[in-house]
Design a protein around this ligand. Sequence first.
Ligand SMILES: *Cc1c(COP(=O)(O)O)cnc(C)c1O
Length: 386
Amino acid sequence: MKPENRNGFTTRAVHESCGFSGATGAVMPPVYLTSTFQSGNPDGFDYTRSGNPNFRLLQQSAASLEGARHATCFASGVSAITAVVSTLQSGDLVLAEENVYGCTYRLFDKVFAKFGVQVRYLDLSRKENWDEIRRQCPTMLWLESPTNPLLKVVDIAGLSQVATEVGAVSLVDNTFASPYLQRPIELGATLSLSSTTKYVNGHSDCLGGIVATNDKAWQEKMIFAQKALGLQPSPFDAWLTARGQRTLALRMERHCANALALARWLEKRQGVRRVRYPFLPSHPQYKLARRQMKGGSGIIIAELDCSATKALAFCRKLQLFTLAESLGGVESLVCHPPTMTHASVPRDVRLKVGIGDGLIRFSVGIEDVEDLRRDIDAAIKAVLGM
Ligand SMILES: *Cc1c(COP(=O)(O)O)cnc(C)c1O
């Protein structure tokens, strides 16, 4: 479908996840809470592990928003990753961005390594490392942009091109950007994967994952993994995700505006050593981020000039930011990677990759930005006395 013949993103988000309510006239779709379907039904459903009307609705609208022909829904982002990696064979090589999400690393290291899938890590933000892709000819190139938690941005179009040259499949974990800000399939990637738990659903009330592609063979592999590995979501979670997705554009606009305003302010605030946000000119890949993304998204990294203990105390002082893992919901969250997500990483390794003791990750919600700013200001004053 040519983009010029299509409705805009927000119109598609609102309209393409409605319907399937038969002759009832219901404007919104029901939840099809059924494990099985009567044999011979016109839509061809048989058993919910291999398909359900709520999956179909979510998959059609998610594909449309990703600018892709197909999408498959899963129980979580990790289920979606499992589905993709389960297609590999013993001896296959994955070249991955070195700052991939922790659970992706764990899955490669603790599960798929046992089955002979090899993974090597590279800093793919450095163009001189791209020659390694040509030299090593991997089966799959595993990208993530922006990365969790360091917000590194990699060139999706450029790297997808290199992957194509060497006959590798390119995958982008698009969770931090969401399809509203960045569409990997349109940039040339084979697969776009999202944990819909984060921005796509946006309300922190269910887990989910999506894999989008233009490639029919890959779509068949994903549908097969959904049913053969039992990676499907519940119909209710698929319904919740489809509902959340309708307001994705509006929410992302506010997340981006709030985060940019806070990032700019934090950069000047006494007691803050450094701030990283893709749409701040001080970000190492600022120009690329501006080209590749429609907005900087809602995550900010800030390093406070203090010990890990004080940084954690700062997090606990905040009133409007809940200290919790996860991100991308309407409510603001804060996380202290050194004592939470990266607690098991030795301190010297953590420092070397850029996760200092005072590093804080903010998931900026859609609240009134002035309230958020006042909250952070008061917590810095309370803990750092400045
Ligand atoms: C959260 C997250 C995942 C995993 O998703 P779940 O829904 O928690 O299983 C994968 N990738 C990134 C970048 C994430 O932030």
